[in-house]
Ligand binder design. Structure first.
Ligand code: ADP
Length: 780
């Protein structure tokens, strides 16, 4: 038998070779491959082939499961290979490395019970028939494309392979490189092997690869989906497992702290990304020596973050009647303000999701802005927190310092949330007009982000680092001076002006609110201390000079304190404070009635000014002396007032003759203009009419009526321009017993806002030019 084989060896056409039936594998000419064999017949065939000429015939089985294949179980086309290497493994398994030599048809299979042999006939791999080059080119492109997609599923595939495929311009080489390197189904491979026409080979290859890619894509999708569902379900398990591992590595005690944190973080109502970031910190902590500075920083950080009211919302319980009752109970008067606030609450009630409504309560200090904000919080059923912005000049005040700074802290917004203990509190930004900006950054831009409903759902504090949702919070701001609020901030707010109180209103506020409140705070019963009406009136008149009621409240508190001391010491059981007792209890009178002149005088005019404590009556004095034309201005007058004085002089020169004034007065005289109470700074253009009137009176010697007060800006030609703060100013005139107030014609509509008490007591004269003012004010 051996002879026969040997004798056949020389024959090119027909040959008898030891044969291995392949399960699920197909070899190709030129292809190097390795495979394992375990069946006795296969092992024997290889051993014998090695002893012979080292050549072997490989032919695939139709079905991989057939153990002892007959000819009918095998394909008809196989490949003759050279055995390159054989490795014997235990259990009679053999690893074989072969290289394909040529394609051959199976003519006849022989089985001697020991090994398989076959008579084979060489057959060409490729037919020599001509093919259409354009078609080949098109097919090559398709194959390259699909191969590129295929390779994307195998990140470990060598780059060179991809390059060599993509740059290949021979159809045969392309076919071979792709076929040898792709993991195709053995049936597909068999088809490719049997096919000889290169065009057909390429198109079969393309079809096989396409379906392979499709399967891979589907597989990927399924993987992703299962992975994400596992992610959700298993993440917690995984993290806890990780915890356990850390615990094992560290000592119990050291790790315990870190796990407490991890447990708390896991329970936090916070987005996944933030949770991961916090877990990372806890992880870091677990690996640090517990007494290290860094561990301390992380602990402080985690404590602060965990302490924040993540996802803690108070349930809004809003009813308009209740809101109205709360506002009414806590505050006297303020009718218009209460109405505006109820409107605001009504909108909130109808649309709780409404965003970007920010109220700015504007007005002088002590007028009740803070306490109204507290009442709104109460009415809305929200927690209350206050952030004072006065003098804040560093952005870090708002946003905090990075935690790596020594002594770093979160900013005021986060601190307020901590205080409030809820993620939907009402936050009061007090004195937003007092924000300053300098080189340390602009805090107002940070405030913009806080107040902007589009951005504040992910507010970032530098210290906290993970975003906090502020969008459910309600913001209220307060300001003394609306014009000092940075414009972009003001844009976002709805301003509600709180006017200053009349003495009458202050009296009611004191009697109905401040006295009971202070009694309670000092532990006194209403029966123990009485402050009679005259005493309250006198406190208002002689001990306070303010638009609001803060000093009034302080004085009442002082009375309570002193009385409490006497009662506690047993000196008295019941005390009644009367007007005449005040000097003894509160000291000498601090303020006398406004400095209005009670007598018609030359060169003295009652002006009306608007200051931070509300309106004041401000007499203006002008003195003319022989001199060289100097103008002196005193009494803390600002630049605008100084300019007004120059306008006044120019105007007076133009009308000098009409009032019997020497037109050369400005050359021969020095003029001194003064506003008493020199320590109080005053500025603004609204003293124009006052100054001019005083100047003309001083130069002409005509006295000015003492019961007239005035306000208004002037032009060089003597026109009277409108001014602001009319309500406050007229209040001051009313307090000073003024009978006539001259106002600019353009301010006439503002008269509507003025208190009835004031309107009844004062005659208002509206004017367009200075001549009209002088007609009223000068006694002749
Ligand atoms: P602001 O915030 O405007 O400076 P506050 O709200 O601190 O003023 O008010 C000072 C005090 O005056 C508070 O005790 C407040 O309750 C009281 N108060 C102010 N206005 C009224 C009012 N209309 N009715 C009752 N109390 C008032």
């Amino acid at each position: 038998m051996e002879q026969t084989i040997k004798s056949d060896k020389s024959s090119e056409n027909s040959n008898i070779l030891y044969t291995v039936a392949m399960r699920g594998l197909v070899a190709f000419p030129k292809m190097v491959m390795h495979f394992d064999v375990a069946r006795d017949k296969s092992v024997a065939a290889i051993e014998k082939a090695l002893k012979d000429n080292g050549k072997l015939f490989l032919i695939a089985q139709h079905e991989a499961y057939v153990d002892d294949p007959k000819a009918s179980d095998l394909y008809k086309v196989g490949v003759v290979v050279d055995i390159k290497q054989v490795l014997k493994l235990p259990d009679n398994i053999m690893k074989v490395l072969v290289e394909g030599v040529y394609k051959a048809n199976l003519i006849h299979l022989m089985d001697d019970g020991n090994a398989l042999r076959a008579e084979v006939k060489r057959t060409p791999t490729y037919s020599r028939a001509k093919y259409d080059e354009v078609e080949a080119e098109a097919l090559m492109r398709s194959v390259k494309d699909i191969f590129e997609r295929y390779s994307s599923f195998f990140p470990k595939m060598p780059k060179e392979l991809l390059t060599s495929v993509m740059t290949q311009d021979s159809p045969v080489k392309l076919y071979e490189t792709v076929t040898f390197n792709c993991n195709l189904n053995y049936r597909d491979k068999q088809t490719l092997l049997e096919e000889t026409n290169i065009i057909n080979k390429l198109s079969v290859l393309f079809a096989c690869l396409s379906s392979e890619v499709e399967i891979l894509e589907l597989e990927n999708l399924i993987n992703e989906q299962t992975k994400s569902s596992i992610d959700k379900g298993q993440k917690e398990y995984y993290l806890r497992e990780q915890m356990r591992v850390i615990q094992e590595q560290l000592g119990e005690d050291e790790a315990e702290e870190a796990f407490a944190y991890i447990n708390d973080i896991m329970d936090l109502k916070i987005d996944e990304k933030s949770k991961e970031k916090l877990l990372k910190e806890a992880d870091k902590l677990a690996k640090l020596p517990p007494s290290s500075q860094e561990a301390f920083v992380i602990k402080n950080y985690l404590d602060t973050v965990l302490d924040l009211p993540w996802g803690k919302y108070t349930k809004a319980k809003l009813s308009l009647e209740k809101a109205e009752a709360v506002l009414e109970k806590d505050h006297y008067g303020l009718k218009k303000v209460k109405e505006r606030i109820l409107e605001f609450l009504a909108v909130h009630m109808l649309n709780p999701e409404i965003k970007g409504q920010i109220i700015c309560l504007a007005g002088p200090p002590g007028i009740g802005k803070t306490s109204i904000a507290k009442s709104i919080a109460k009415a809305m059923g929200r927690k209350y927190a206050r952030v004072s912005l006065g003098g804040v000049r560093d952005e870090a005040d708002i946003r905090g310092h990075r935690k790596t700074y020594v002594g770093a802290m979160p900013g005021r917004i986060i601190t307020a949330l901590q205080q409030a203990g809820s993620a939907n509190p009402l936050i009061l930004f007090d004195e937003i007009d007092k924000l300053c900006s300098d080189i340390k950054g602009d805090p107002s831009s940070a405030m913009l982000e806080v107040l902007d409903s589009e951005q504040n759902n992910a507010f970032r504090d530098h210290f906290i680092e993970v975003p906090f949702d502020l969008s459910k919070a309600v913001f209220i701001t307060t300001a003394n001076n609306v014009s000092a609020i940075p414009a972009p901030l003001l844009d976002r707010m709805e301003v509600i002006e709180l006017p200053s109180y009349t003495a009458e209103e202050k009296f009611h506020i004191a009697k109905e609110h401040l006295v009971p409140k202070q009694l309670k705070e000092h532990g006194l019963k209403a029966s123990q201390l009485k402050i009679d009406d005259q005493a309250i009136h006198d406190i208002i008149q002689y001990y306070t000079k303010e638009a609001g009621v803060r000093t009034l409240e302080r004085n009442i508190a002082s009375l309570c304190r002193k009385s409490a001391k006497r009662i506690a010491a047993g000196d008295a059981k019941r005390i009644t404070v009367k007007g005449k007792d005040l000097k003894e209890l509160l000291g000498i009178y601090k303020y006398l009635p406004d400095l209005s002149s009670k007598k018609d005088q030359v060169g003295v005019v009652n002006g009306l000014a608007w200051t931070s404590v509300g309106g004041v009556l401000m007499p203006l004095e002008v003195l003319v002396m022989k001199g060289s034309g100097k103008i002196e201005v005193t009494g803390s007058l600002g630049d605008v007032m100084k300019e007004s004085s120059k306008i006044a002089v120019s105007y007076v020169r133009s009308v000098a003759e009409k009032y019997g004034i020497n037109p050369e007065f400005y050359k021969e005289n020095d003029i001194h203009i003064h506003a008493p109470e020199g320590a109080v700074p005053k500025d603004g253009p609204s003293a124009g009419v006052t100054m001019t009137t005083a100047l003309i009176s001083a130069l002409s010697g005509i006295p000015v009526r003492a019961d007239v007060a005035m306000t208004g800006e002037i032009t060089l030609h003597g026109k009277v321009l409108p001014i602001g703060g009319l309500r406050e100013k007229t209040m001051a005139a009313y307090k000073a017993d003024i009978k006539t107030v001259v106002i600019p014609e353009a301010n006439k509509p503002d008269l509507e806002d003025i208190d009835d008490a004031v309107k009844n007591a004062i005659e208002f004269v509206s004017v367009e030019n200075l001549t009209e003012v002088l007609d009223i004010a000068l006694t002749k």
